[in-house]
Write a protein that binds this ligand. Structure first.
Ligand SMILES: N[C@@H](CCC(=O)N[C@@H](CS)C(=O)NCC(=O)O)C(=O)O
Length: 205
């Protein structure tokens, strides 16, 4: 299997951390694609990723999987242990519920804030829109405040244990640093949860 990856880009990082948490990073060959040099927009790359995005996982039979979560679903299927997406119907639903909340209400609005306001993103997000940036920043900050309240009463984000929802939120907290925002320093309970994850082996280099 081959994983097309971009260092520092958060969506590919969701997949590499998921693989690390499975202890299976070695199961994929990694090919780096430079987003800043727009390598993902080449004709050849678009044959793998029609929407010109990273990551892509290319399977042995040539099937191309895009969408980080779909890639993780495949990896969970072939590497079932440790379970990161739910062992029974209730856990699966709780983990998916929280993972979607984190992706849709934190990760995506944060990305829209960053892309619409940071000078480094001007070439990729043309035109940038200040109003979208402001509204997206408000949405991301509002969700993170609610997440802090949730983590005041829970050690992990979903189902009382480590899961893909923690990985998605952990990547989003790191990604926030590009706007000089550190949710794990700003919020006590996110900070406690973040430290717990940082101490786990999947988070080490
Ligand atoms: N929904 C996709 C999003 C993928 C995505 O947006 N990837 C970013 C890097 S983190 C990208 O390829 N950006 C290129 C661009 O915007 O031109 C996923 O979950 O994999």
């Amino acid at each position: 299997m081959k994983l097309y990856h971009s260092p520092k880009a958060p969506n590919p990082e969701r997949v590499t951390l998921f693989l690390k948490a499975k202890g299976k990073l070695d199961a994929v060959e990694i090919e780096e694609i430079s987003i800043m040099q727009q390598e993902h927009k080449s004709e050849d790359y678009r044959k793998l990723s029609p929407f010109a995005q990273v990551p892509v996982l290319v399977l042995e039979d040539g099937t191309c999987l895009t969408e980080s979560r779909a890639i993780c679903t495949y990896l969970e299927g072939i590497f079932p242990e440790p379970n990161l997406m739910g062992a029974d119907a209730k856990e699966k639903a709780l983990i998916e519920m929280w993972d979607r909340r984190v992706e849709l209400m934190f990760f995506m609005p944060f990305a829209a804030w960053f892309r619409n306001s940071h000078p480094a993103m001007a070439a990729l997000e043309d035109p940038q829109c200040e109003v979208t940036a402001q509204k997206s920043e408000r949405s991301a900050r509002s969700f993170v405040k609610r997440l802090d309240g949730h983590l005041a009463e829970n050690d992990f984000i979903a189902a009382g244990r480590f899961s893909i929802a923690d990985i998605t939120a952990y990547v989003a907290c790191g990604f926030a640093g590009v706007m000089k925002w550190q949710p794990h320093e700003e919020f006590e309970h996110i900070g406690r949860w973040h430290k717990r994850l940082s101490d786990m082996s999947f988070a080490s280099a």
